[in-house]
Ligand binder design. Structure first.
Ligand code: XMP
Length: 603
């Protein structure tokens, strides 16, 4: 191996790939291997990391991988499920315990090199139902977790002589405050890796890979104009030459205000205009989406319609022999259940079954498929793209369609105790709250959920509402989101309205979204906020309006987890005034949900 490399064994947790990314950010190459890989494949790696898993029940008790991996003279770090596997293998005990979920305090014991330079107490992120209840012989308990007044043993275990380490928590997620330092101690100090891998290196390797994959064939790329597809188009142009890259922009009628026109102008201005094609597919997408409520059906229709138009255009332009190119990035794959054991959170438009079949048949090139947005942005800068493009907010392929919540007009059923528990929790804080009669998509403990939001209102700070939301998610069944009323009117009676994707709703959302984007830019916050979807929810409230407007500002680094971005009160009151003036609005709320349990988009 040219570079010192770490092998990450992917047991299917949502964060497995994040481990590899975090290591690459240390300028050390990391590769993902499947657990079934022959043990011989691991030779030559400087270290091995065993990832988490969606749940033990979805995975054979014994684990379908070769335990001979533990005989290799290579340092191994196990995370969550991986930690439990290490404990079991060396004679410890793993038992089903109460689920620990969210932030916890890790208290160090002894002086383990994997925690070099860290404080005695660290904030870490937990998400597990099983735990190591007996530390294996020869291992030391080097950390315990402190939660709700209790001490939970074996949060971190180590055997320095063997070079085996296990963490019950996830150092790879940003919420483990010094997780990167822990990974660095393992990768650099324990495994002895040299830090000589860069995004420039990725560019060189991607160039080689692309040339080999294309083997003289031209490529045909669907460009939305977002960061991923634009970086992909420019990369393909640079590697294969502009004349071999054919671009198709489809206006699906689901774009933001003025976006399609801007995209066309930009790509033409970038020397990629010769083979740039444009199709107005807006009527076709709208017709196909007519009457559809289910979010996964909407996503499938949009993905398939893109593919149909693409194939028709390929035939019309005599480009059928081209490979399909896509700006797919890693979260698109993992959320679509694209690794062997991961759950389907949402089907991304570039991962519908017809496209997955083409991927398997080797007909698709996706040079960014292993990257996260931060890395795509770095690559964009390396390729010389301007700052305003590189830092554009992510915008989903299905566009505004998944920000128009659809409903059959019937309230979803709820467990009887949900309303009661909610009432008790809000009363403790002295505010009001109501379960809304609609559903949105979320992710809980690595699994998809489709549950109800709670609307909160009252005279306490947003911070207080966020804390209340965290308790609601733990205690009220069937709730994956909380929104706070900023319209000032509260909510007594709600009536769900039957609604699907229509031109009128799209036009209203487009205006509301443009107001939010303009305000973020004017307040100098556009770059600090990761993304700020505006969502329309078809609800009449106390006899008012037809649409509840949701503002969802989030901060994130890789979109796998997200925190609520605190917008200043002045900006919120401007939004309230301008959006309420659009007409037919029943209220305006701020989404105060972290991811998990809510996803960034509502569908
Ligand atoms: P969620 O909503 O799952 O989204 O938290 C994570 C990130 O992915 C974007 N997203 C998509 N991007 N095609 C895309 O290209 C899609 O189908 C899609 N769905 C969600 C979302 O905007 C966020 O940045």
């Amino acid at each position: 191996m040219e570079h010192d490399t770490i092998a990450v064994v992917d047991f299917g947790g949502q964060y497995a790939h994040l481990i590899a990314t975090k290591i690459r950010r240390l300028h050390v190459l990391a590769e993902i291997l499947q657990p079934e890989a022959d043990v011989g494949r691991f030779i030559g790696y400087k270290g091995i990391i065993l990832s988490g898993s969606p749940s033990l029940s979805s995975y054979d008790e014994e684990g379908d991988y070769d335990k001979a991996i533990f005989d290799l003279p290579i340092p191994i770090l196990g995370l969550c499920f991986g930690h439990q596997e290490i404990a079991k293998h060396y004679g410890g005990k793993v038992e089903h315990t109460r689920r620990e979920y969210g932030p916890a305090t890790l208290e160090l014991r002894g002086d383990c090199p994997i925690f070099k330079g860290l404080a005695r107490r660290e904030t870490v992120w937990m998400s597990h139902g099983d735990a190591v209840t007996l530390c294996p012989e020869g291992f030391q308990e080097v950390g315990v977790s402190l939660r709700n007044g209790g001490v939970h043993p074996n949060a971190a275990i180590a055997n320095n002589l063997l070079g085996r380490y296990g963490f019950q928590f996830h150092p790879e997620v940003d919420n483990t405050v010094h997780g990167e330092e822990m990974l660095k101690n393992f990768v650099i100090n324990i495994c002895g890796c040299r830090q000589d891998w860069t995004i420039g290196e990725f560019l060189e390797e991607a160039t080689e890979r692309l040339k080999e994959q294309a083997r003289g064939r031209d490529v045909f790329l669907l460009v939305s104009g977002g960061v991923d597809s634009t970086v992909c188009a420019v990369l393909l142009g640079r590697v294969l030459g502009a004349e071999r890259v054919h671009l198709l922009h489809v206006d699906n009628g689901l774009m933001r205000k003025g976006e399609s026109e801007a995209v066309a102008a930009e790509l033409r201005g970038r020397g990629l205009g010769k083979n740039f094609h444009f199709v107005d597919g807006s009527e076709r997408f709208l017709t196909a989406l007519g009457g559809v409520v289910d979010p996964e059906k909407k996503r499938a229709i949009i993905g398939n319609t893109f593919l149909e138009i693409f194939q028709e255009e390929a035939a019309r332009l005599k480009l059928e022999d081209c490979l399909l190119a896509q700006g797919t990035i890693y979260p698109d794959t993992i959320e679509t259940g694209g690794t062997k054991r991961a759950d389907v959170i949402k089907t991304h438009h570039n991962r519908v079954p017809a496209i997955r079949k083409m991927v398997e048949a080797g007909l698709v090139v996706e040079p960014l498929a292993n990257l996260y947005k931060v890395e795509v942005r770095e690559l964009g800068e390396e390729l010389g793209l301007p700052e305003d493009l590189v830092w554009r907010h992510p915008f989903p392929g299905p566009g505004l369609a998944i920000r128009l919540l659809c409903s059959s007009g019937e309230a979803p059923r709820t467990e009887a105790r949900a309303a009661e528990t909610l009432e008790k929790l809000v009363a403790e804080v002295g505010v009001d709250g109501k379960l809304l009669p609609v559903r949105s998509v979320g992710v809980k403990a690595d699994l998809r959920c489709y549950e109800r939001p709670v609307m909160l209102w009252g005279d306490v700070s947003l911070e207080r509402f966020e804390k209340l939301a965290a308790r609601i998610f733990q205690e009220v069944p069937g709730v994956n989101r909380c929104v706070v009323d900023i319209g000032g009117k509260g909510c007594k009676e709600t009536k769900p309205l039957a609604a699907t994707v229509t031109k009128e709703r799209l036009a209203l959302l487009r205006e509301a979204d443009a107001i939010v984007m303009e305000a973020l830019r004017r307040h100098g916050l556009y770059r600090s906020v990761w993304q700020c979807p505006t969502v329309l929810v078809p609800l009449e409230i106390d006899g008012r309006g037809k649409e509840l407007v949701v503002i969802r500002p989030v901060s994130s680094k890789r979109a796998m987890t997200a925190m609520v971005f605190p917008l200043p009160p002045q900006l919120l009151s401007e939004l309230r005034e301008k959006i309420m003036a659009l007409g037919d609005i029943s209220g305006i709320v701020l989404d105060v949900t972290t991811k998990p349990p809510g996803t960034i988009e509502w569908e």
